[in-house]
Design a protein around this ligand. Structure first.
Ligand code: HGY
Ligand code: MN
Ligand code: MN
Ligand code: MN
Length: 409
């Protein structure tokens, strides 16, 4: 049986090149969904897909598909490889991009070797996986998988007030393609781990068996602006103080030993935001995650109860808006076992693991047998310019993906 290997130079070159696109004047990499920087990244990816001789298709939420099909296999459900190329603010160069570029590389490698698969192979780059500018995250894959209404998604207002649908039009990625393959035969996502487990355990490949649930809320606290000097402590409705109480509550609750979840307050803002004015309003976001749905519901309930207690004791009004909510998902055990089998046939170590991060695979698992392959992140760092994975690990991960696809296609 012929063995195949990706073209490591082309793979690593593409990762580095895409990593240069969307740099701000201070050098930070931020390709927020549907920004001009995202458009440049998309244009670059589309040019690579075209150069590889694949059909390019863009759907109505701006998902980009590179389709490798022939007249014999076109009507078969494809094997789909995907991820995202939008980034967070001040991002690394691997999160999402690695999976899209490796997916294209796998197809190119088979194409170059004149392999004739029984089914099409499609590489997908999903819109707005990160959800930093427009909530919820994993938006493009969620619309594609039928989990979010297209019109609702197009009407989403971003943190900068922009409307998603008009941004799609503005950058020229409002497509009209209705993917014929609504139910891929399999979906595989290769991704950096973004956590410390593989590095700490000296393991090369993560065979991701499941992915934790995610709950995003925006909480607005209405207090009363007042003079920082003259207002006695007992007479204050201090929105800033209440925000700090909420931040401490979610952090301490998640840190408590019996919890299996994690919690982050990633954004916080005070109004009028002046040194000598008691904040009249505070807005913060809470990111709760738990691999166990019952515990995630309990985490949400206990936060809601805490908010209502605070309203009484601190004389404030609190509103919580759900920005995103996805339950834990279990990936396809057969494909997970196949990933482990391929790793061992290639003589590299692997371990089953849970993904702490959200991924498009979470959404695709609703419509296709799905699994993820992780490669190690140095010191577990991600969503940070210090995000790093070695060339060897990147190439190894892509070759494991290649062999898994070969056995599935
Ligand atoms: O938040 C996440 O886990 C993903 O990176 N959007
Ligand atoms: Mn990602
Ligand atoms: Mn991410
Ligand atoms: Mn993600």
């Amino acid at each position: 049986m012929a063995t195949f290997s990706v073209n490591s130079e082309r793979l690593l070159g593409h990762i580095r090149e895409l990593g240069t696109i969307g740099r701000e004047s201070d050098g930070r990499l931020s390709r927020l969904a549907l920004s001009d920087a995202d458009r440049l990244g998309r244009d670059c990816l589309v040019s690579w897909i075209r150069a590889a001789g694949l059909d390019v298709a863009i759907d109505q939420i701006g998902n980009i598909f590179g389709i490798w099909a022939n007249d014999k296999n076109r009507d078969q459900p494809p094997v789909m490889l995907g991820s995202h190329i939008d980034t967070v603010i001040n991002a690394g160069i691997y999160d999402g991009c690695y999976g899209v570029i490796a997916g294209l590389e796998v197809i190119q490698t088979f194409k170059d070797a004149d392999v004739r698969p029984d089914r099409p192979i499609v590489v997908a780059s999903f819109t707005n996986e990160e959800g930093v500018r427009f909530s919820p995250d994993m938006m493009g894959s969620c619309v594609y998988a039928g989990g979010l209404d297209l019109q609702k998604a197009l009407a989403t207002r971003g943190t900068d007030g922009a409307i998603l649908g008009s941004e799609l039009n503005r950058i020229g990625y409002a497509g009209n393609y209705t993917p014929g393959f609504l139910h891929p035969a399999a979906y595989l996502e290769l991704h950096i781990e973004q956590g410390p487990v593989l590095e700490r355990t000296g393991t090369s490949i993560g065979a991701v068996a499941d992915l934790q649930g995610i709950s995003w809320q925006r909480i607005t606290i209405e207090g009363q602006a007042n003079h920082a000097g003259t207002t006695p402590m007992a007479f204050r409705s201090d929105a800033g103080y209440v925000a700090a109480r909420i931040m401490t509550f979610v952090h301490d609750r998640a840190s408590a030993s019996e919890a299996s979840g994690v919690a982050t307050v990633g954004t916080i803002a005070f109004e009028p935001n002046a040194i000598n004015v008691i904040p009249s309003r505070a807005t913060l976001t809470v990111d709760l995650r738990n691999p166990d749905e019952k515990r995630l519901l309990k985490d949400e309930r206990s936060l809601a109860e805490f908010l209502s207690r605070l309203q009484t004791t601190e004389h404030v009004k609190i509103q919580a808006e759900q920005l995103a909510r996805s339950s834990p998902v279990t990936f396809d055990p057969e494909i997970v076992a196949l990933i482990e089998d391929v790793a061992s046939s290639r003589g590299v170590t692997s371990r089953r693991m849970t993904s702490g991060a959200g991924h498009d695979a979470q959404m695709l698992s609703a419509i296709a047998p799905t699994a993820m392959i992780f490669v190690p992140s140095r010191r577990g760092i991600s969503h940070n310019p210090d995000e790093f994975t070695s060339d060897e690990a990147l190439v190894e991960g892509a070759n494991v993906l290649l062999e898994v696809v070969r056995r599935l296609m």
